[in-house]
Ligand binder design. Sequence first.
Ligand SMILES: [Zn+2]
Length: 214
Amino acid sequence: MEHLPQRLLEGYSAFMRGRYAAERDRYRELAREGQTPETMVIACCDSRAAPETIFDTGPGELFVVRNVANLVPPYAPDGKHHSTSAALEFAVQSLKVKHIVVLGHGRCGGIQAALSPTAEPLSPGDFIGKWMNLVAPAAETVAGNAMMTASERQTALERISIRYSIANLRTFPCVSILERKERLSLHGAWFDISTGELWTMNPESGDFQRPEVD
Ligand SMILES: [Zn+2]
């Protein structure tokens, strides 16, 4: 029988001795009572941008969905398979989260792919290309801006796509209704992998700024 990679087995063993041992009661309570996270995070699959690590959260605190480039597609009740929309529906309607955070990050490979639409697809299905079509109009505008450097274009599209995903969140009736009733708030954030800096989106202007933290 194939075993899990050794690194994972060792990590699991350390988890049981350390974190699980320390938080055993919390895990048991969560198993008994169920989860009641107040925040949903929509983050990228990127191995360097795990929201539980960045926000230093424990079990039961964050309801997380991760996809390539942390995108939210527009509301589309078309009978197709929408994994992100399903997670959103569950978070909002069943868990009744109070906050949704779209967490983008620097050096995002999905955003990089969107900025190079002429690159060869990774496979005949071109799933990434089709998925990143969600931000194609913004990607074309940014990619065509010769006044910006490649890294400026990359950061710009990473942040524009966060605003775009937040706009798409509002196309879901359950989200817009609860936001109007002030029972749900939407947030944007961007994490710089190299420096660890977190930038948060000003809800009025859409600008990204460093939050006040200790
Ligand atoms: Zn990414």
